[in-house]
Ligand binder design. Structure first.
Ligand SMILES: [Zn+2]
Ligand SMILES: [Zn+2]
Length: 371
């Protein structure tokens, strides 16, 4: 009886707590600051459900996105590859989107209508997002599918170009097919991070052909099982939009204003990655130790990503390694030997886990005025 009562008590408190707060956020929500002039939208535009080769219903994708604190997702079902079609026949390829829209309507989550155009190499897999109707994009010839996507004003990006199933060396091969699509304005972006794979060769292609830099989860199972449980966040694309809306996001993607993020790995054009990092780290305090020329600087990481830095100044550190990590949502105390007491100094650090080009990390500076 006592056990029963205890159980009842626990059960009722659990029910009480869950009835109290209606939040879908997990304990580890994704968080990044806005940059000057733009809102930083957290997006995952490559996701599967049972309506192609995924394993969950679309409403689970909406709830996962809310738990991760995302601003936008797209359920990009393979138009052509339908392994569950015997159990779930759905001649209307918009079905997954429609279920997600219904689920998300009470929440501040943008659902972008999308589809994955699926071919073997050299065409490969490509996501068309911001489409209006998936059905007419299902075409015999890949060229016709791209043409239809363009007719719908879709933003199209090349998925996992480095996927070893289609490219055994694990490197992207830009074929005449992609060159033709780029020339015709039918291919606008490229994944440099797909699931856990970052390919710097794909980044090189993005920069060379001015393609928008993308990072996506390409999730088929559960975000919790593939990422969260392993101590990771899903890969996302930060989209720098004038406001949080579908059309603003679309404009930003066409304009190439993105940074791909996977945990502490950030990949983007310098003009967006640098202000993102500047805004991500706040100087909380700067004060000279008494009777010394050593300034103590407390740095705060406002993001959900732990970030790695390396000293890029002539001044060296006191009691600190030249390479250090500022944990997600945490602080780090740096001690800099400035040789004399300076009224102001420029703290310059190389963000070694982030890339503006293959093997190239940006140097970020903060103005420090010691007390
Ligand atoms: Zn794919
Ligand atoms: Zn996919």
């Amino acid at each position: 009886m006592k056990t029963y009562l205890t159980l009842l008590f626990i059960l009722s408190s659990v029910l009480f707590i869950s009835a109290q707060e209606h939040t879908h956020q997990s304990l580890r929500p994704l968080s990044f600051p806005d940059i000057p002039g733009y809102k930083s939208l957290k997006t995952d535009l490559h996701i599967h459900t049972v309506f192609s080769d995924g394993y969950v219903w679309p409403n689970i994708r909406v709830m996962e996105a809310l738990r991760d604190n995302l601003d936008a997702i797209s359920l990009t079902e393979h138009l052509e590859y339908q392994p569950h079609s015997k159990d779930i026949p759905h001649p209307d390829r918009n079905r997954s989107y429609n279920i997600a829209i219904e689920e998300a309507k009470e929440h501040d989550l943008i659902i972008v209508h999308g589809s994955e155009i699926t071919r073997s190499a050299p065409m490969g897999h490509n996501n068309a997002v911001f489409i209006t109707n998936a059905n007419p994009i299902l075409k015999e010839k890949a060229e016709d599918a791209f043409k239809e996507a363009k007719k719908q004003d879709a933003f199209v990006f090349w998925n996992h170009p480095a996927w070893y199933n289609q490219s055994p060396q694990g490197n992207p091969i830009l074929s005449d097919f992609q060159k033709e699509r780029i020339k015709k304005g039918e291919l606008h972006g490229i994944e440099v991070i797909n699931a856990v794979d970052y390919a710097q060769e794909s980044l090189a292609l993005a920069l060379e052909h001015n393609l928008t830099i993308m990072g996506t989860s390409d999730i088929h199972g559960l975000i919790d099982w593939d990422y969260t449980e392993k101590g990771n966040h899903r890969p996302i694309t930060l989209v720098f939009a004038k406001e949080k809306s579908l059309s603003s996001m679309q404009e930003a993607l066409f304009a190439g204003r993105t940074v791909a993020v996977y945990n502490g790995l950030m990949v983007g054009k310098e003009e967006f990655l640098v202000p993102l990092l500047e805004a991500s780290i706040k100087v909380k305090e700067a004060i000279y130790h008494e009777d010394t020329e050593i300034v103590q600087i407390i740095l705060e990481n406002t993001t959900s990503s732990s970030l790695l830095f390396e000293n890029a100044m002539d001044f060296s550190f006191y009691s600190n390694s030249p390479v250090f990590e500022i944990p997600a949502f945490g602080t780090f105390t740096l001690q800099v030997k400035t040789l004399q007491r300076l009224p102001r100094l420029k703290l310059s650090l190389k963000a070694i886990g982030t890339f503006v080009a293959p093997r190239t990390s940006p140097i970020i500076s903060w103005e420090i005025i010691p007390e």
